[in-house]
Design a protein around this ligand. Structure first.
Ligand SMILES: *[C@@H]1O[C@H](CO)[C@@H](O)[C@H](O)[C@H]1NC(C)=O
Ligand SMILES: *[C@@H]1O[C@H](CO)[C@@H](O)[C@H](O)[C@H]1NC(C)=O
Ligand SMILES: *[C@@H]1O[C@H](CO)[C@@H](O)[C@H](O)[C@H]1NC(C)=O
Length: 528
């Protein structure tokens, strides 16, 4: 008996040990807010599998709470005060909620870029506090990390990875900046891959394709990455050789994309791209008792879930009243995540909550529709549970996200700035009462669930792969080593044109020569 126990204990120990034979160390460069929620799921899965995860974090983060007990290690990097950061966040929200919806996609992109350029000094300070802090860099070097896991929205992660000579993996929402795709050398044929900001779908009319090509050229020539010029200089100084932000980003071993083919339009991609959208989605858990009672009280009409995300806390009084009066007209019960002052027009069917268990609500059988700002995390929860959406996009990738869902027939969009109560009411009525929206949402859900390997497992697999093989260079396209004119074969086209031109010239010369010669000899003969 005793020996049996010992044997099983030994076996168990061996299993643990063998399980940890491949354990490695992961250094993380995160981004705050909703991006972190997504990243954290991957990090927790990594620690569960025995890897050691260290997150570089500044004290003025809003939701990365490093004081809470956690399986993750945190390395605190000093930067500006939290008050400063709060002010910048408020400026951003003011811009995002009250200014950007009044602008065209194109104008709001430029506004967003201007904002990011204003942010450069703060981002630079944070970066300098890491790379120019000898003590910290020495410590990080001695820790011998196997891989860095980076959210590139905030530059610097790739620079740290280069300085530490550690391979790195990205987590991104593709087409957040079209320039990111360019750094990865992702082929994007403009005839059917829309440039993100226009809200176009994969099937474009002739004029839309003209728009698409023009915008792509403008982005290429004038804008590149909004703040690239600042970062190119900074990266060159830090690495002691001329380089660019884009070139450094292009060194990523694997790009984990926060979407999947239930969301994306089919398009070419590269072998070092892995689409892991919806990895945070889970089956719904039971609701809190009081909330469940409210949901059940809706009867056969069901409920509507409404959230503008974690960043938007309050709206103008006018807008909140307009929204509340639209919601008051539907026969459904409405759960609205809202922290602002209670609107005067709030109906008896609508309840406000500081926070809602969004995933559990979307997975509830009574839920009929989701009113969303179009953040990627929320959209994926709706896809996972097959819930049709009304999109009220505001900034960044949100208009593009809603455009995708609209093109797939699972959403109706409403313009946050120009909408009337009737617009919102009609949109909500359409997605609830026109059965095609529910059918399309269910179809996307079925596609999402029918994958050979779950997105979270694939994300973790590729990070572990990079640790095991010290990179994934076999997946790296040679395009990175070409100049832009070689990449587009302009040199070859030029050469071939030259050949044709030379051949033509020769033929013409020959013709002229023979005409002159034989023409003359002919004349001569006649004379003779
Ligand atoms: C952190 O930064 C603040 C403001 O930038 C500065 O006042 C403080 O001395 C710094 N703390 C450390 C430990 O460097
Ligand atoms: C440099 O990093 C060390 C270790 O993380 C930290 O204790 C120190 O305060 C940092 N120095 C500055 C000037 O931020
Ligand atoms: C939202 O609330 C903050 C303070 O809580 C206030 O400063 C801001 O003006 C409000 N925004 C709107 C649009 O009402």
């Amino acid at each position: 008996m005793v020996s049996e126990k010992w044997v099983s204990l030994l076996l168990l120990l061996q299993l643990c040990w063998a399980g940890c034979g491949n354990c490695g160390k992961v250094l993380v460069w995160p981004c705050d807010m909703s991006h972190w929620l997504n990243m954290k799921i991957i990090l927790e899965e990594l620690t569960r599998k025995g890897h050691e995860v260290t997150v570089l974090v500044s004290p003025n983060n809003f939701i990365i709470d490093y004081n809470k007990p956690s399986t993750l290690n945190f390395e605190i990097v000093n930067t500006t005060s939290k008050e400063d950061a709060k002010k910048r966040l408020n400026d951003f929200l003011e811009l995002a909620v009250n200014v950007m919806p009044t602008l065209s996609h194109w104008q709001s992109t430029i506004k967003l870029q201007e904002f990011f350029i204003q942010m450069v000094p703060y981002m630079k300070l944070l970066c300098e506090n890491v790379i120019y802090n000898q003590t910290l860099m020495k410590k990080l070097k001695e820790d011998n990390y196997n891989v860095m896991f980076i959210d590139p929205v905030l530059p610097c992660g790739e620079l740290i990875a280069e300085l530490l000579a550690v391979p790195f993996v990205y987590t991104v929402r593709l087409s957040l900046g079209a320039s990111m795709e360019k750094c990865a050398k992702l082929p994007s044929p403009l005839s059917y891959v829309p440039v993100p900001m226009l809200g176009l779908s994969e099937r474009m009319t002739f004029l839309e394709r003209v728009k698409n090509v023009m915008l792509s050229l403008i982005l290429d020539i004038c804008l590149q990455r909004y703040d690239a010029q600042y970062w190119d200089k900074f990266y060159s100084e830090a690495l002691g050789k001329p380089t660019t932000l884009c070139e450094t980003m292009g060194k990523a071993e694997i790009w984990l994309i926060r979407t999947y083919w239930d969301f994306e339009f089919p398009r070419p991609y590269l072998p070092n791209f892995e689409f892991v959208g919806g990895l945070h989605c889970k089956p719904a858990k039971p609701l809190p008792k009081e909330m469940e009672e409210f949901v059940q009280s809706s009867g056969e009409h069901g409920v509507v879930v409404f959230s503008l995300g974690s960043m938007v806390k309050n709206l103008t009084e006018e807008k909140a009243n307009l929204i509340a009066s639209a919601l008051a007209q539907v026969p459904q019960k409405v759960l609205w995540r809202y922290k602002g002052v209670t609107p005067a027009t709030l109906g008896a069917n609508t309840r406000l909550y500081d926070w809602i268990p969004q995933n559990d609500l979307l997975g509830h059988p009574k839920t009929k529709a989701f009113i969303t700002h179009g953040g990627t995390n929320g959209i994926y929860e709706a896809i996972y549970h097959g819930i049709p959406m009304v999109g009220v996009p505001m900034f960044a990738d949100q208009p593009d996200n809603i455009a995708h869902m609209k093109a797939k027939g699972a959403a109706v969009d409403v313009n946050m700035n120009t909408m009337t109560s009737a617009d919102l009411f009609n949109a909500l009525n359409t997605v609830i009462n026109d059965p095609s929206y529910k059918e399309n949402a269910m179809r996307l859900s079925a596609i999402h669930h029918d994958q050979p390997v779950k997105p979270l497992d694939r994300a973790v697999f590729w990070i572990e792969f990079v640790m095991r093989h010290k990179g994934a260079k076999h997946l790296r396209p040679a395009a990175h080593d070409l100049t832009w004119f070689q990449y587009h074969s302009l040199d070859v086209i030029g050469f071939l044109l030259l050949c044709v031109a030379t051949a033509l010239l020769l033929v013409i010369k020959c013709c002229l020569f023979s005409y002159q010669k034989f023409g003359k000899t002919g004349k001569k003969k006649k004379r003779e």
